[in-house]
Design a protein around this ligand. Structure first.
Ligand SMILES: *Cc1c(COP(=O)(O)O)cnc(C)c1O
Length: 367
């Protein structure tokens, strides 16, 4: 694999910079920026991107402990918020100076227990308030108990309190979102008043920044897919730069005669003579099998070539009947945001899923 692999993801760090400044330009100058680098940086590259932007952002966040360790091992020294820690992770979180999201009374009690042995005073933690997503976080009914625990403990510092918007990209849910924002503000106010702590606050993801710039900016924003050029809306996406292309080559060209078939289960049968190109990327690399048989397409010589037959584990075959190309020529499997959005919508999903499905055997290279 390594450099021998002809299928690679080419990352454009200048485009990443452009997108970061696009979001910064929407914010008050004092608003902090956290970049969400979970799931290998949305499948693109957590480490390459984090290393490039670390001096221009305040925080990073990952979903799981291992992802935080990977950033530390790559030399990232920014604070790193672990969004979804388990009780069994807490000791390692401290060992790697990661900052846990504490989302339940049980997790808080465990962390207080572990932190009581710490030599360092005031270990930084973050508290998540559930305001309607119903995924992780303290509810209003937990607040009393939470406040009492925080008032008693001497070893932890509540560095921030935060919440997550359920439908920040969906303006038909605006009333619900405003209710979430209000409820977050009220929970924060009560918490701060009664604990006499001074945490900073954050709520917005990419679409929160774009759609609720003034309502939900708080002290920090959590930028995820927007950094990669996706605004969850055609209008915003067109203002962002494409940050990567997934590229491969043509391994072999076949002439398929009328009546012959292509691929497993003979899913495609030629009704006229066609030409196909075999490309070394398949469903093991994140090319959904739902893109089989004329649903998905790649670009060769700047022209669309539709997938014929079923997507295989390691290969796809595409129709090049009308394309002027040769074995060894470049294939653009994911060209830009618009291409990915189109493929995602054709198979009933969102770009997030296509991005994070790109397998780790695809080499990541800088443009
Ligand atoms: C993934 C995630 C984000 C980033 O969301 P985007 O829509 O990619 O910007 C922010 N906050 C939390 C809690 C998340 O889980």
């Amino acid at each position: 694999m390594g450099n021998n692999h002809v299928t690679f993801l080419e990352i454009d760090l200048n485009a990443i910079d452009f997108n970061l400044y696009f979001f910064k330009s929407k914010l008050e100058p004092e608003t902090k920026i956290l970049v969400v680098s979970k799931a290998f940086g949305y499948g693109v590259s957590a480490v390459k991107i984090a290393n490039h932007i670390k001096n221009n952002v305040d925080y990073f966040a990952v979903a799981y402990l291992d992802e935080g360790i990977a950033l530390r091992n790559a030399g990232i020294e920014n604070p790193i918020l672990v969004l979804h820690p388990q009780i069994s992770n807490l000791a390692k979180i401290i060992e790697y100076h990661l900052e846990p999201n504490i989302y339940s009374i049980k997790l808080l009690e465990e962390f207080i227990q572990i932190s009581s042995d710490l030599k360092t005073p005031l270990y930084p933690i973050h508290l998540k308030f559930n305001t309607g997503l119903n995924r992780l976080g303290f509810s209003i009914s937990d607040l009393e108990k939470l406040i009492n625990l925080i008032k008693k403990t001497k070893k932890i510092e509540v560095k921030s309190v935060f919440s997550h918007i359920a439908a920040s990209e969906d303006l038909s849910e605006k009333a619900f979102t405003l209710k979430q924002i209000k409820s977050f503000s009220e929970m924060t106010l009560k918490f701060v008043k009664e604990t006499k702590t001074n945490p900073f606050t954050h709520m917005s993801n990419t679409s929160g920044i774009l759609n609720y710039t003034s309502n939900a900016q708080f002290d920090m924003v959590r930028l995820g897919i927007g950094l990669l050029g996706f605004g969850n809306d055609k209008k915003f996406t067109s203002q962002l730069k494409n940050t990567f292309q997934l590229k491969s080559i043509i391994s072999q060209i076949h002439t398929v005669k009328k009546g012959e078939s292509v691929g497993y289960n003979r899913a495609f049968k030629a009704t006229t003579t066609i030409k196909t190109a075999t490309i070394p990327i398949g469903h093991a690399d994140g090319i959904s099998r739902k893109l089989s048989n004329k649903v998905g397409y790649v670009y060769i010589n700047n022209q669309k070539c539709f997938i014929v037959g079923n997507v295989c584990m390691d290969m796809i075959m595409v129709d090049i009947t009308t394309i002027n190309c040769n074995e060894g020529d470049t294939v653009i499997v994911y060209k830009n945001q618009q291409h990915i959005e189109d493929l995602a919508s054709k198979i009933g999903t969102i770009p997030y899923e296509l991005l994070t499905a790109m397998s780790q055997r695809i080499q990541r290279v800088l443009k």
